[in-house]
Design a protein around this ligand. Structure first.
Ligand code: ZN
Length: 75
C-alpha cells in the first residue's frame, strides 16, 4: 500500500516534473499567467475544483482586477 501523503511529500512535482508518475509538468501541475501581475502561477490543490475559473494568482490580484473594472463607475 502506498501512502499518498508520503508520495506527495517525496514527489518533486512542486518543482516542475513529477518523477513519481512521470507526468509532464504541463499535465500534472498546470500553470497560468496572471493578467494583473503577469507572473506565472501554478496549480494549487485548493483550486482543484475550479482551476478552469481561476484567472489570478492571488486574492490581491483578483481584487485589483475588479477595482480596475470599476474605475469607470465610482471608486
Ligand atoms: Zn497576480
Amino acid at each position: 500500500m502506498k501512502n499518498p501523503r508520503a508520495i506527495q511529500r517525496n514527489c518533486p512535482c512542486f518543482n516542475g516534473r513529477c518523477q513519481m508518475t512521470k507526468t509532464p509538468h504541463k499535465q500534472g501541475r498546470p500553470s497560468k499567467i496572471c493578467p494583473v501581475c503577469e507572473r506565472a502561477f501554478q496549480w494549487r490543490k485548493k483550486w482543484a475544483r475550479d482551476w478552469s475559473q481561476v484567472r489570478y494568482c492571488s486574492h490581491r490580484c483578483r481584487a485589483l482586477a475588479k477595482a480596475a473594472n470599476r474605475q469607470d463607475s465610482h471608486v
